[in-house]
Design a protein around this ligand. Structure first.
Ligand code: ADP
Length: 780
């Protein structure tokens, strides 16, 4: 009769049968007080009872045992075959506990045998409890609760009879029990089995009840379990007091009344259940900040999935937790992680179906699946143990990243509170997953960069804003083998790194990348490419060009020697061509030929002279280092060209600062440079034009402008005019003779003096070359 059938929405029908009419009506009246949900019928005999409930079933039956015609047990047996269904609860009331009665009652699944005299309150109490149980059993949430709350009670008593009796009572009430025969066994079982309640005898071997109680209350893992002390009646009241002081929840004196004990147990369990819920809620509330902390410390998706799933499953009581990471299309599962907490450890393959993923994408919501076997969105195989589930999306900033799934073996296990909590956890997971992804992208990039740095044959050096060396690739380390340098420190300026340091400074102050050849302390030559970087530092890439420098040297030496050797025969040809006229009269044709020879000799001599100058400048061979008065050089060269300018009707003016300005260098070379610039200005300016040489002294340099209002240079040619043998091939300039070496020589000489040449020009308007040279320190 333990199968309750009543529907809470319907009336609970109670039948009271007693051959003593007064008793029957008194009890019926008391039961009717329970409330409007009960319908009480009373009868004075079994026959009367059967007649009264002929058409309807009865939920709870109270019947007297000894009655004429039909005993209580006979009535119970008959009611069990009643067409309206058997009673959910049946109770037998008897004046004498006759031998064998209980056994028969038990066989007929009688819920309890009540010994007279019966007080109406007691009957009401029993009925209320039965009604409660029926409600729990038929309500879906209640069913889950009833199943979940099969309370476990530990009975610790050294007297075998007591243990047997108590366990039978408890079994009757539907509790699980654990027994212990002494104090030590009791404490061990409390720790191992974590019962919901402890019935503790005081006098036990090994450890008495008080010691056990003390140990229970001292251990945080079990301290919350309620303890009811069972004492002998003759116990000293002082002992009772000390037991209560130790934290006993209640006292029951032997021999105890069974119903009283059960009522007390129920009360304690109800309190414990409420406390358990609070404890669980607290754990759930703590879960969120705790997971947040754990996740922020992790940058590996697998790692963070494990932590999140384990903690969440433990706290929410799930038996399996899964995380699915979707691919970019948000359709296919790309990675999956799972944590299994069910005791069998069996992992269920639970990939959520596309239909469910689509549903979540559309609704942006998680959902509670109450009945996983029959849910239209997700039907699990009946053969697996999963019966309910909780599933929430992990939404990243732009897309659905994945899903978290928790499962349970009971139907309707998860609540909407669980859903809210898991959704909050999922949003933390989203942030953590996106961080982890970003981190792995950065890591990949870093690896690539590291590989490039490692394998580059060029030396790569990184300097911070304060010009400290912060990074060196292996090729870079090779540069400092002989004289190691420390990272996070600047390169020592006195060790021969001036060239590089100057390039770095220039690149930083110009805020653009520049390149140049530098001489390393070990006499190797490097082409250095130096660029400022966004973060405020500078990167320098050094390429060893020592070999090319050597080749260049050979080439320049060859040109210098060859041009020198060519000069003598050219002088002879020129000389003899001039003597031809003196040797005898020449006819017109012969005169023309001789002039052509002389013109060619002149061009060729110029070319040879230019090539020689260039080679010598490159070789750095003849350069002197002495103070040169720039004003004087400019005056001399201008005077040299005055006749030529005059011949073309051009004005040629020099304006210079009053004071003497000296540069450190080679006067011959500098004269050559200005000669080329002023010569060009005259050459590429039409008759009657103006040429103006203007020098301006600045703090550490002098800037000389050679300006004309001649043909100008096309913008397309400007970048190339300093290249060797480059000539403008369009417009008026192309009609003028030249060999394209003049400006290359200028550039080379000025560079040799630590200066720079610039040009600005506009077609038809004129050209201005600017030369800036470092001036000699006054002290020098
Ligand atoms: P070139 O022997 O041809 O003069 P340069 O190296 O001196 O060789 O000059 C290169 C080219 O630059 C010339 O061919 C000419 O077209 C152009 N150029 C140089 N100076 C001037 C100038 N002052 N005005 C116009 N064009 C010039």
């Amino acid at each position: 009769m333990n199968t309750p059938v009543a529907n809470p929405q319907e009336l609970v029908r109670i039948l009271v049968v007693d051959d003593h009419p007064n008793t029957a009506t008194t009890l019926a009246r008391a039961l009717a007080q329970i409330g409007p949900t009960v319908d009480v019928v009373s009868a004075v005999s079994g026959t009367d009872a059967l007649e009264k409930v002929k058409n309807v079933g009865v939920d709870i039956l109270f019947t007297d045992m000894i009655m004429p015609e039909m005993t209580g047990l006979e009535l119970i047996e008959k009611m069990q075959n009643h067409p309206g269904g058997k009673p959910a609860y049946a109770y037998l009331i008897t004046a004498y506990d006759v031998p064998g009665l209980k056994v028969t009652a038990q066989r007929l699944k009688v819920n309890d045998v009540i010994i007279k005299p019966v007080r109406p309150e007691k009957i009401c109490q029993i009925a209320t409890h039965a009604i409660d149980e029926m409600k729990h059993a038929s309500h879906p949430a209640g069913k889950k609760d009833a199943a979940k709350r099969k309370f476990k009670i530990l009975v610790a008593d050294d007297v075998m009879d007591n243990v047997t009796l108590l366990t039978r009572y408890l079994e009757y009430e539907g509790y699980d029990q654990v027994t212990a025969r002494d104090g030590q066994e009791a404490i061990n079982k409390i720790r191992d089995e974590a019962p919901d309640l402890i019935l503790l005898d005081v006098n036990m071997p090994n450890k008495d009840g008080f010691t056990v109680l003390e140990e229970v209350r001292a251990d945080p893992a079990i301290a919350h379990i309620p303890v009811i002390i069972l004492t002998a009646a003759r116990l000293d009241p002082a002992d009772v007091q000390s037991g209560l002081n130790l934290g006993a929840d209640d006292y029951v004196t032997k021999p105890f009344d069974r119903h009283e004990l059960m009522a007390r147990i129920r009360t304690k369990l109800r309190v414990k259940e409420a406390e358990d819920i609070t404890r669980r809620r607290n754990r759930e509330l703590n879960l969120l900040p705790e997971i947040g902390k754990q996740l922020s410390a992790r940058l590996d998706t697998k790692d963070l999935a494990n932590v999140l799933l384990k903690r969440t499953a433990e706290t929410l009581g799930a038996i399996q937790a899964n995380m699915y990471i979707l691919d970019e299309n948000e359709k296919e599962v790309r990675e999956r992680y799972e944590v299994v907490l069910n005791p069998s450890g069996v992992i269920e393959d639970l990939t959520p179906p596309a239909k469910l993923i689509q549903h979540i994408q559309e609704t942006h919501q998680g959902l509670v699946i109450e009945d996983a076997v029959n849910d239209p969105l997700w039907r699990v195989d009946v053969r697996i143990y999963i019966r309910s589930a909780l599933i929430v999306p992990i939404f990243g900033r732009y897309s659905l990243l994945g899903l978290i799934l928790l499962t349970h073996e009971q139907e309707s296990y998860f609540t909407s509170d669980h859903l809210l909590l898991l959704q909050a956890i999922a949003s933390q997971a989203a942030i953590a997953i996106e961080n982890a992804r970003l981190y792995s992208v950065v890591l990949q990039e870093q690896k690539k960069v590291a590989a490039i740095l490692r394998h580059a044959s060029e030396a790569i050096l990184l300097f911070d804003e304060q010009r400290n060396l912060t990074l060196l690739n292996p090729a870079g380390e090779q540069l400092f083998l002989a004289r190691p340098v420390k990272l996070s420190q600047p390169l020592p300026a006195d060790r021969g790194y001036e060239g590089l340091l100057k390039l770095i400074n220039d690149a930083r102050s110009a805020n653009m990348s520049i390149s140049g050849d530098i001489l390393w302390p070990d006499q190797r030559t490097f082409t250095a490419f130096v660029a400022p970087i966004e973060e405020g530092g500078t990167v320098a890439i050094l390429h060893d060009v020592s070999r090319f420098k050597d080749l260049d040297q050979v080439k320049n030496e060859f040109i210098a020697t060859a041009s020198h050797d060519l000069k003598n025969p050219l002088t002879s040809i020129g000389g003899y061509a001039q003597l031809m006229g003196q040797a005898g009269p020449l006819n017109d044709n012969q005169k023309d030929f001789v002039e052509r020879i002389q013109h060619s000799v002149k061009s060729m001599s110029e070319l040879v002279q230019n090539m020689m100058s260039l080679a010598q400048a490159d070789l750095n061979a003849t350069q002197k280092h002495e103070p040169v008065d720039i004003k004087q050089v400019l005056g001399e060269v201008t005077n040299e060209f005055a006749p030529q300018a005059k011949e073309k009707g051009q004005s040629l003016e020099v304006s210079s600062p009053d004071k003497t300005i000296k540069v450190n260098g080679d006067a011959l070379h500098l004269r050559q440079a200005f000669r080329n610039l002023i010569g060009n200005a005259i050459k590429y300016t039409p008759k009657g034009g103006n040429i103006h040489i203007n020098s301006i002294s600045e703090s550490e340099k002098i800037v000389i402008h050679v300006e004309d209002n001649g043909f100008g240079i096309p913008a397309a040619d400007l970048p190339f005019i300093f290249n060797r043998f480059y000539r403008v091939r369009t417009g008026k300039a192309s009609e003028i003779e030249g060999n394209g070496l003049g400006l290359a020589i200028v550039k080379s000489i000025i560079a040799e003096h630590g200066g720079i040449v610039n040009v600005e020009s506009e077609i038809g308007k004129g050209t201005c070359f600017s030369i800036s040279l470092p001036v000699l320190n006054r002290n020098n």
